[in-house]
Design a protein around this ligand. Structure first.
Ligand code: FDE
Length: 472
């Protein structure tokens, strides 16, 4: 009865639900298509389970109200519990390890910490440009998502954990990445199968998943063991040192070894997969919008001058490059949904009753394309939407690529600094052209990633006349 006023797809099959429109490989894009037909709140049923989706700007803003709603650990996030347990991303709100780890790790994402990571981020970015220099020029193409994944995995592993996966020395993805993609895809597909069928038919998939999980855990254990046995513990002050060495500032409590394992795998996965996608989509749009690319190049030349070694502050000053990134995350938020549950009995939008614990999934991609918030041309790529004046003119809570509230992304500044730095270096160094035959298609594995995106690069000589702008 609570759901009566919420529309659902018309072709419902007894017992199975709304399976006619459902492809387990593209749940988000299917929901987007269905949501456009059904409106700002709708429901889909898979077997015995009914899920409420929300994307209207007003309703999403209500769900962002922390006095009425909180993060819900459900669907894909819940399916990652066997791997990530009570790590930050997958912890239930009531689990004490969430607050403990949050308080211990938050300083690892402060401005001061970020300044410390900056030189390491530059090192990794240089490995990428060395790799791409060899593949620039006529007749060559680069594998954008593959190489962005190398870059972001190395970045989080080296800055956070002092570990080098050697991604750029390999021709194939590191097995850590293969196991991670397997684990994420498995977590996504489990939503689409009826519980009983899943148990019976998916034994092969479950077995592979157990192997992937074991590989991920073994890798993590090696990284931790290397630090514990080395003499470097405590010396770096990175995320791993914080996990191993730091006691909670008030209670003096520490993270347990089991919880550290959960946090390391959480950060290695959450810290690179979504950023890799964000960079890939941004490069796709730059290749399709020469005027935007030219503006970005002009800005980098103006702010950085001739230096190949931008300082920490010179990254934050790339305002236009950052808008390109924001606009890419608007159209393709690489973590495409989050769930919110009612803290007490309440009514959503004045008409939809929700009992304590009832939850809904916010479809970020449609929220980011709601014409009521973004205008009639919401589907168009236009970084100027993120000019300060335009941002102020919009209602709050309509741009949520990093989630919302207490459980929003702890890695936001990290990802933004890394991605802005890398985009700055890339547009400064290369002209980027699209393959005219490429049509954007998007792979889903809980996260979003452009499928088979390849681009052509031409080395450029930045204009030598530009002077670095005076510092703010
Ligand atoms: C988180 C996050 C989120 C939320 C989810 C929910 O709500 O469920 C989101 C939406 C996100 N995240 C997104 C993103 C995007 C990008 C690019 C990123 N992200 C990045 C990153 C990096 C790093 C290191 C990270 N990231 C991390 C993280 C974590 C740990 C988490 C959890 C938090 C809590 O506390 O809960 C997140 N992330 Fe992110």
């Amino acid at each position: 009865p609570e759901l009566d006023r919420i529309p659902h797809p018309p072709r419902r099959v007894p017992l199975l639900g709304d399976v006619l429109d459902a492809d387990p490989r593209s749940p988000v894009q299917d929901s987007m298509r269905i949501g456009r037909q059904l409106g700002p709140i709708f429901r889909r049923k898979a077997f015995d389970r009914e899920i409420v989706f929300v994307w209207g700007a007003d309703l999403a803003a209500e769900l962002a109200d922390e006095s009425r709603f909180a993060k819900h650990v459900g669907l894909g996030v819940a399916n990652l519990r066997p791997l990530a347990g009570d790590g930050l991303f997958t912890a239930y709100n009531h689990e004490p390890n969430w607050q403990l780890a949050h308080d211990i790790l938050a300083p690892g994402f402060s401005r001061a910490a970020m300044e410390g990571y900056h030189p390491l981020m530059l090192d990794v970015a240089r490995q990428l440009t060395a790799h791409w220099d060899e593949r620039s020029g006529a007749g060559h193409e680069v594998d954008v998502p593959g190489d962005m994944t190398k870059l972001t995995l190395e970045t989080i592993a080296r800055t956070g954990f002092g570990h080098d996966f050697g991604s750029f020395e390999r021709s194939r993805p590191h097995p850590f990445v293969t196991a991670m993609v397997g684990a994420l895809s498995y977590a996504q597909q489990r939503n689409a199968a009826p519980p009983l069928l899943a148990a019976l038919q998916q034994r092969g998939a479950a077995k592979r998943n157990a192997a992937d999980r074991a590989y991920l855990n073994d890798t993590v254990d090696e990284v931790v063991e290397a630090r514990r046995s080395g003499d470097g513990t405590g010396a770096r002050g990175d995320l791993l040192d914080r996990m191993l060495e730091t006691a909670h500032p008030e209670t003096g409590e520490r993270l347990s070894p089991e919880n550290i394992r959960r946090q390391v795998v959480t950060f290695l996965v959450a810290g690179h997969e979504t950023t890799s996608g964000a960079l890939s989509f941004a490069l796709h749009y730059l290749s399709r919008n020469p005027d935007v690319l030219a503006r970005a190049q002009a800005e980098v030349e103006q702010v950085w001058g001739e230096t190949e070694e931008p300082a920490y502050e010179q990254v934050a000053r790339l305002r236009y490059v950052r808008r390109v990134l924001d606009e890419s995350l608007r159209l393709w938020p690489t973590a495409p949904a989050f769930s919110r549950e009612a803290l007490h009995d309440t009514t959503l939008g004045g008409v939809h009753p929700m009992r304590t614990g009832a939850w809904a999934l916010v479809l970020i991609m449609l929220l980011h394309r709601d014409p009521a918030a973004w205008g009639q041309d919401a589907e168009r790529f236009d970084p100027d939407r993120f000019e300060p004046k335009a941002v102020r003119a919009r209602p709050p809570h309509v741009f949520k690529p990093f989630g919302t509230g207490a459980r929003a992304c702890i890695g936001r500044q990290f990802a933004l600094h890394e991605a802005t730095l890398v985009l700055g270096l890339l547009v400064r160094r290369y002209d980027i052209t699209a393959d005219p035959d490429y049509e954007l298609s998007v792979t889903e594995r809980l996260t979003l990633m452009p499928r088979n995106l390849r681009l052509r690069l031409t080395r450029r000589t930045p204009a030598r006349t530009a002077q670095p702008a005076a510092r703010d």
